[in-house]
Ligand binder design. Structure first.
Ligand SMILES: CCCCCCCCCCC/C=C/C(=O)SCCNC(=O)CCNC(=O)[C@H](O)C(C)(C)COP(=O)(O)OP(=O)(O)OC[C@H]1O[C@@H](n2cnc3c(N)ncnc32)[C@H](O)[C@@H]1OP(=O)(O)O
Length: 358
């Protein structure tokens, strides 16, 4: 839900009431988001190099580029509410730019060397994404879009990159199935929009097999580095479901309709090299040197001028944005109906109730 004028005013009042003095970095983010929300993109003349205070303010505001006023307002409200809750929980450590930053159980978020690393961290379930993990990722991307890191990188703990949506999300939801489907569609739309909106380079380090939504999202990434052990599988028809994360648009555009249908309709699982040949993967690395090679590469990329990368990304993506929002909305409406279908319910029940393989 977008922040209303009232939310914004409440946030402004709350800043005055915050008991805990936020650090300079947070103050600068608050300043920049406030200016962007009220005045739009940075219109302040660039201060001289020795005018440190105004230069820091200018840098923070200018780094927001053409972030829409509405989004800046929302980010401001979210930042204030996260500060308010952390002031109520004094045991939480201070957030620094180049240190391990935020942690939740199943999604790890760290910032180091200018990179926000977001890790699917549920290896016993092959990193399947729960409802809470969707929400954690939305928040992590929102924070990373305005902090001082240069890019965001997704990866997985253990042998899998991610096994897609946790198929028990619906069976464990409280309330009726229709309500769960409706809530699921809203959550999914917000989740995918947070990838469409992410302003900095977005990279996936695909350390192992990827299934479902973790594959379809890759069409919204700027770089996909895969181990040669990775596979890419979207078994939507088998699950009685339909594609999401704008893949009904990005996949045919990227690989042509025949190859997109092979994945999205017939559920063909691709090897890393096949995915590379279809343009879904940027580069494939041998498993034994994968981590070292990829992270060395990413650290080099993270030293490139951040504003240039952000502006170039905006140029590459901006003509597609409205289309992507529309595709996302339509896919979510379609899925909401699919989740209530017999085909889908049967598929989910058969996964949930499958016998032990022993
Ligand atoms: C209130 C509403 C909330 C809604 C939330 C929003 C909804 C957004 C939905 C977006 C649409 C997304 C679609 C998709 O992503 S479709 C793809 C879904 N994923 C799958 O179909 C994969 C299912 N899993 C498997 O096929 C196999 O587990 C896999 C091939 C991945 C691995 O097989 P393997 O034999 O190697 O390992 P296990 O099967 O023994 O798995 C180990 C344990 O992990 C559990 N597991 C794995 N994947 C999932 C999953 N996707 N969901 C839930 N659990 C998963 C598996 O059950 C094992 O658990 P146990 O050890 O406890 O048995």
């Amino acid at each position: 839900m977008r922040a209303s004028q009232q939310d914004f005013e409440n946030a402004l009042n709350q800043v005055k009431l915050l008991k805990k003095d936020p650090g300079n970095e947070v103050k600068l983010r608050l300043y920049a988001l406030y200016k962007q929300a009220t005045d739009g993109p940075c219109n302040m003349p660039k201060p001289g190099m020795l005018d440190f205070v105004n230069k820091a303010k200018w840098d923070a505001w200018n780094a927001l580029g053409s972030l829409p006023k509405e989004t800046a307002r929302q980010n401001y409200v979210d930042l204030v509410s996260s500060l308010s809750s952390s002031s109520e929980a004094p045991s939480q450590g201070k957030r620094g730019a180049d240190e391990k930053a935020r942690e939740s159980k199943d999604i790890l978020v760290t910032s180091e060397d200018g990179i926000t690393k977001i890790t699917f961290n549920r290896p016993t379930k092959k990193n399947a994404i729960t409802s809470q993990m969707y929400r954690d990722i939305i928040l992590a991307l929102k924070n990373a879009s305005t902090d001082n890191t240069v890019m965001a990188v997704f990866t997985g703990t253990g042998d899998y990159y991610c096994s897609g949506n946790d198929l028990t999300n619906f069976t464990s939801a409280t309330g009726g199935i229709e309500e769960a489907a409706s809530n699921g569609a809203v959550l999914l739309r917000d989740f995918v929009n947070s990838f469409i909106d992410f302003p900095k380079p977005l990279v996936a380090v695909v350390n192992g097999p990827a299934v479902g939504i973790s594959v379809t999202l890759l069409g919204l990434f700027d770089g996909v580095f895969a181990s040669d052990r990775a596979t890419f599988h979207t078994p939507f028809s088998q699950l009685g479901q339909s594609p999401e994360a704008c893949s009904s648009y990005t996949f045919p555009k990227m690989m042509g309709s025949a190859k997109a249908a092979e994945m999205l309709l017939f559920g063909k699982k691709l090897t890393a090299r096949e995915a590379w040949a279809q343009g879904l993967v940027t580069e494939v690395f041998p498993e034994n040197t994968f981590e070292t090679e990829v992270w060395t590469r990413l650290k080099t990329y993270a030293k490139l001028p951040p504003n240039a990368m952000r502006i170039s990304k905006e140029l590459i993506r901006k003509n597609e944005k409205e289309k992507l929002y529309a595709v996302n909305a339509e896919e979510c409406t379609t899925l909401q109906a699919r989740w209530l279908s017999e085909e889908c319910m049967n598929a989910i029940m058969s996964f949930v109730s499958r016998k032990s393989k022993l």
